[in-house]
Every structure is written in structure tokens, then in C-alpha cells.
Design a protein around this ligand. Sequence first.
Ligand SMILES: O=C(O)C1=C[C@@H](OP(=O)(O)O)[C@@H](O)[C@H](O)C1
Ligand SMILES: C=C(OP(=O)(O)O)C(=O)O
Length: 429
Amino acid sequence: MDATIERSTVEGRARAPPSKSYTHRAILAAGYGAEAAVRDPLVSADTQATRRAVEAYGGETNLADDRSTLEVSGFDGLPDVPADVIDCANSGTTMRLTTATAALADGLTVLTGDGSLRSRPQGPLLDAIEQLDGRAESTRANGQAPLVIGGPVSGGTASIPGDVSSQFVTALLMAGAVSEEGITVDLETELKSAPYVDITIEVLEAFGVEATETEGGYHVEGGQTYAPEGGEYHVPGDFSSMSYLLAAGALAAPDGLVVEGAYPSAQGDAAIVDVLERMGADIDWDREAGEITVSQSDLTGVEVSVADTPDLLPTIAVLGAAADGTTSIVDCEHVRYKETDRVSVMADSLTEMGAAVVEERDRLSIRGAETDLRGATLPGRDDHRIIMSLAVAGLVADGETTITEAEDVDVSFPGFFDTLAELGATVSK
Ligand SMILES: O=C(O)C1=C[C@@H](OP(=O)(O)O)[C@@H](O)[C@H](O)C1
Ligand SMILES: C=C(OP(=O)(O)O)C(=O)O
């Protein structure tokens, strides 16, 4: 599917979808337990992959007709050996989190995914499982999927680098809670994407499981039981998804735009509000009402670290391309290990639209176009965040912006183009 966006304005109210990160964790936490209802789950390609994995390990899941609740009967701490290969599709979270589940099973599990996922790093997690006396192999011996994992591990201490993916820590903590001895994670380097581990600890707590930060990393006791209070867990709204709507408002909503469902949580990506404020946007977050109001503003370039918030890079790059002066996005090397190398893809795409971009390993500098950005035909590269951020750039570009392979927004924000159109943007697909 191609999506074409014309220069247009937006206005009104929109609700971002439920959080992808919280939904993955809630489905898997319910899987580790006996029985739980996940309320307001994100139903998207990535979270469906986690649902499939829970089923492969012996759980059962049932999505209500109105999609408001996912009922999960879990495998209760003891995953089955899957009857087939687990296809994690495009979802790094699914692959990392359920690789650690595989290490608890008494037998072998094979995990694979699409071409993008099979090119992403898994090596540090495989090493960690080996340190815990499990079997963990990359079939091509290159630290990438397909993976073959064998257990059962009973727990222990594993040491991993912190600058590749925080999902390795999340994976070990979630599995460690139902292991015999518990798991201690020692970090060899400073943790990137740290707020995602805070999200994990928050979800675990809601399921009655305790995991703690230590001086050198994290620790979770074994023998714990996943059971949310009242048997149910509510997923909050997704700030990474909100970032596209807020950016659209700051660039193209002369009469303002309200984003609903924006309640405070552990999500680091709520930092988009602060970034927009620093760039000079007229933005206000009513935390009690869960509403963020933003209007079109003249933006100025700023320096932003995305050490904690890698998924905001495409959004901030687009804002920088439409702002006066230079926006420098720093601490971004780990953003190269996503569905695509997003540092490089955003550099290429925004250059194509007329911005002046300098790409370095750990920094992306964007000088806003002297004149307006120009529309272009850009490959979506099967990367949901690239597609959504470029669609927002299209709102303020001269002429038409066409994004190819745009159906991949299904990974995290299935209704994205409909939402843009409902807000008044001229979108055709
Ligand atoms: O745990 C999670 O839910 C996520 C962690 C982050 O990845 P890394 O920890 O690999 O940076 C983030 O980019 C991803 O979209 C979701
Ligand atoms: C990188 C992402 O997710 P994952 O790691 O789960 O593929 C993302 O959603 O931007």
C-alpha cells in the first residue's frame, strides 16, 4: 500500500492507541501466570506475535469481539516445549522477551522472524542464557535469529552489555521471576533505553511480582507468581504513538489539536512533550484529564539525547527538519538496531525532502530547510516509525509525499492513517 499525504492542516481530538510495550508485557506476564484479563490491549501485528508465543508455550488467549479485553489462561510458570517454530514476525520485543521464556522450557525452542528481525542483534541475550547454563544458539552463528534455545535454566547471575537493547534485561527479569533461583543481571555498560525496564518493573508490580534495581543492574527473586490484582490489568495509552499526533499538531494545527489518553506512566517517550516545549511549541499537558493540547507554532532547533527514548528519533528528526536552526539528536547509536537503521534512514529521507542533514555514528544533526520541505516518494522500508514520521513531514511539505509499503503502521498504530484523515489531513491510500 502507498500512502500519499498532501500539505494540510489538522484539528480536533484524537486518541492514541494503547501502549505496545505495556501490552507485550501484560500478555506475557499473564502467560507466566494462571489466568488474567488484559483490558484495552493494543491489537497490532507485534502484539499478536507475543500472543502467538504465549500460545506456543501452552497458554490460551481469547480476544473479545469488541477487542476491549484479551483473556489469557497462562502456562503457569512452566512453559511447554513449543510444537512448532515461533514466528516473531517484525517484533523485537516478542523475540527478546520470549527467548528467555524458552530458556525455562525442558527442551528446544526455535524462534525466527521476518528479514528485519533476523538482522537485529540477539547475541548478548544468547550469552546470558549460556551463563545461566542454558543452550542458546544463533543458527548462522552471527548473533541473529533464527535462534535455538534450550532449557530448563534454574536461574543465577548473567552479565550483559547495556548499550544494545534493554529488552534483554526485561526478558531475564520476566523469566527470572518464575525460575527456581531467580536471576541477577549485571550490566557491563550503562543501560540505554532504561525507562523500558521501569515499564517492566511497573507491570511486574501490577502482577504481584517484585524486581529491583541493584547497584550494578537488576535482580528478581525466583518462585514468584504472576497474578494481577482483581485478575485484570489495564493498558495505558502509547506515548511513542502519541508523538506523531503531537508533532502533527505542532506543525499543522493552527486551531489546536487535543490528544486523549495521555496519563502519566513509566514511559520515557512522554519526553516528547518536553522536547516540543523546548522547541517552542504551544503545548499543555493536563495530566489529571490525560489530555495534551498542542497548536501550530514556530519551532526552533534544540539538542536532544535519545539515550532513554530511541523510538522518538524519527519524530524529533521530522520536527527538526521543519524547525528554524539546527536540531541535534545525540546518544542515538542504539537507534540503528531497530526495524531499520533509523538514524541512516531518517538522514536519507529528510535529505530527499530538502533538509540539510549530517549523520554521525551517535549523532544526527538536521538543519531545517530554508524554504519548505518538498514532497517526495519515499520507501517506508517496512518500518512503522519511519512511515508515521514521514507522513507527518508530508503535512508541511510542498506538493505530495508518497510513502510506499505504508501498511506496516499495523505494527504499532493500525488506525494511523484513518486518524490523520479524521483530523482533517488530506491522505489517500
Ligand atoms: O521493551 C520495549 O518495549 C522496547 C524497548 C526499546 O528497545 P531497546 O531496549 O532495544 O532500545 C524500544 O525501542 C522498543 O520499541 C520497545
Ligand atoms: C523497535 C521497536 O520495537 P521492537 O524492538 O519490539 O521491534 C519499535 O516499536 O520501534
